[in-house]
Design a protein around this ligand. Structure first.
Ligand SMILES: NC(=O)c1ccc[n+]([C@@H]2O[C@H](COP(=O)([O-])OP(=O)(O)OC[C@H]3O[C@@H](n4cnc5c(N)ncnc54)[C@H](OP(=O)(O)O)[C@@H]3O)[C@@H](O)[C@H]2O)c1
Length: 334
C-alpha cells in the first residue's frame, strides 16, 4: 500500500495502512498526495462499520504522526476510534514524532508492536529517511554494461539493456523527483529522460553542461518539458520557459550544490543515468545510496579502441534479479 504513493508525496514519507478485524482486511489506504489524508485515515474511511475498530488491528508502515501539519495528528484519530492494537514497521525519524506517538498510544492502554517488518518498511521509505537524516535527496546510480564491462563507445550510440529493463527504468523514473545526465550523454544519446512507458509522472530533468555545449534541437532543450541546466555560463536571457539554469562551479562543489538545490525544492530522490564520468564523480565523492546495474548477457563485440568502461562498485550486490537475458544487480552504499 505504501508503495502506491511513491513519486506522489515528496517530501513526505510514503505510508500504507491496513486494518484487520477477525483475520480479515476491512480497510486499507495509503498517503496519496501532499496535504491529503494520511494512510491510517484513508484506511479508516474504507471501513463500513466503524464500531468494530476497537476490536481491530491497525497495521501501518510508519509510526502515526504526532504533530499538526496540513492534517491533524493521526495518533489522536487512532485513539478516537478506539484501536487497542497497532502494529508498525518503523519509528518516524522526524524529530516532531520519533517515538512520541508510540508513547502516547501506550499511555492510553493501546498495545503497540513497533519494528514489524522493519527492514522492508525502511527500504520503502529510504527517500524520506535519507532526506530527514542526510539533508539531501536519496541518490540512485543507474547504468547498463555488457558482461565484458563495456558501458558505451565514444562517438557511437550503443543500447545495452533489453526492452523489459527499459520499461522498468521508466517505472523508476515515475518514482523519483529528479533525473540527471552528463554533457556527453546528452550529446551522444539525445535522451528524453521522461517517463513514457509507465504510469505516473516524469522527474525534473537535470543536465550538467559547463560550457553550454548542448544546443537545440536536443530533446532536453526542445520538448517543452522542464529541464534544469547546471552550468558555469548561464545565459542572460532564458531561451524558453521550460529551461532553468543553475549557476555552479564545475569542481567538487558541483554535486553538493545540486543536492542542496534539490533539497530546497523538496525533491527527495535523484536518479543518475550516466555517463560513466558523471557516475564516477558521484562514486568518488561517496554521494550515492543505491546503484541499479543492468548487465546484458547478449553477445556484444568488444572493440577496445573507443570503448568506455563501466564504473566499478566495490561492494557486493545486495540483490540480483534476472530480466530475461539481462541481469539486474542492486547495490547499497555502506
Ligand atoms: N551504459 C549506460 O548505462 C550509459 C548511460 C548513459 C550514457 N552512456 C554512454 O556514455 C557515454 C558518455 O559518457 P561519458 O563518461 O563520456 O560522459 P558524461 O558523464 O555523459 O559527461 C561527462 C561530461 O559531463 C561533465 N561532467 C559531469 N560530471 C561532472 C563533474 N562532477 N564535474 C565536472 N564536470 C562534469 C564534463 O563535461 P565537460 O568536459 O564539458 O566539462 C564531462 O566531460 C555516451 O557514449 C553514452 O552513450 C551509457
Amino acid at each position: 500500500m505504501a508503495r502506491l504513493g511513491r513519486g506522489k508525496v515528496a517530501p513526505n514519507p510514503i505510508v500504507g495502512a491496513v486494518i484487520v478485524h477477525q483475520g480479515k482486511i476491512i480497510g486499507e489506504g495509503f498517503h496519496k498526495k501532499v496535504g491529503g489524508a494520511h494512510a491510517e485515515i484513508e484506511a479508516i474511511a474504507k471501513v463500513g462499520d466503524r464500531s468494530v475498530l476497537p476490536k481491530s488491528t491497525m497495521y501501518v508502515s510508519l509510526e502515526p504522526c504526532f504533530h499538526y501539519g496540513r492534517t491533524p495528528p493521526c495518533v489522536d484519530s487512532l485513539l478516537k476510534y478506539g484501536f487497542k492494537e497497532v502494529v508498525l514497521c518503523q519509528i518516524d525519524p522526524d524529530e516532531r514524532v520519533k517515538g512520541k506517538s508510540i508513547q502516547k498510544l501506550e499511555e492510553q492502554g493501546v498495545s503497540v508492536l513497533p519494528g514489524f517488518l522493519e527492514e522492508e518498511g525502511g527500504q520503502r521509505n529510504a527517500f524520506f529517511i535519507c532526506r530527514t537524516q542526510k539533508k539531501r535527496p536519496y541518490i540512485i546510480l543507474k547504468y547498463a554494461k555488457t558482461t565484458t564491462g563495456i558501458f558505451g563507445y565514444e562517438g557511437e550510440q550503443f543500447w545495452i539493456s533489453n526492452a523489459f529493463s527499459k520499461r522498468l527504468v521508466h517505472r523508476w523514473r515515475s518514482e523519483v523527483g529528479a533525473i540527471l545526465v552528463g554533457t556527453n550523454t546528452a550529446l551522444m544519446d539525445n535522451p528524453q529522460l521522461n517517463n513514457r512507458w509507465y504510469y505516473g509522472s516524469s522527474p525534473l530533468r537535470i543536465l550538467l553542461d559547463k560550457n553550454l555545449k548542448v544546443q537545440p534541437p536536443t530533446n532536453l532543450l526542445s520538448d517543452d518539458l522542464p529541464t534544469l541546466i547546471v552550468t558555469e555560463h548561464p545565459p542572460t536571457t532564458k531561451p524558453s520557459t521550460s529551461l532553468e539554469y543553475l549557476p555552479s562551479a564545475f569542481d567538487n562543489t558541483l554535486i553538493p550544490n545540486i543536492l542542496e538545490e534539490l533539497y530546497d525544492r523538496n525533491i527527495d530522490s535523484l536518479i543518475v543515468e550516466g555517463g560513466a564520468t558523471t557516475l564516477q564523480h558521484f562514486l568518488n565523492l561517496d554521494l550515492w545510496d543505491e546503484a541499479r546495474v543492468f548487465t546484458s548477457n547478449q553477445p556484444t563485440s568488444f572493440k577496445e579502441s573507443n570503448a568506455i568502461l563501466a564504473p566499478i562498485i566495490r561492494t557486493p550486490p545486495a540483490k540480483i534479479f534476472p530480466i530475461r537475458e539481462d541481469t539486474l544487480e542492486i547495490y547499497y552504499a555502506n
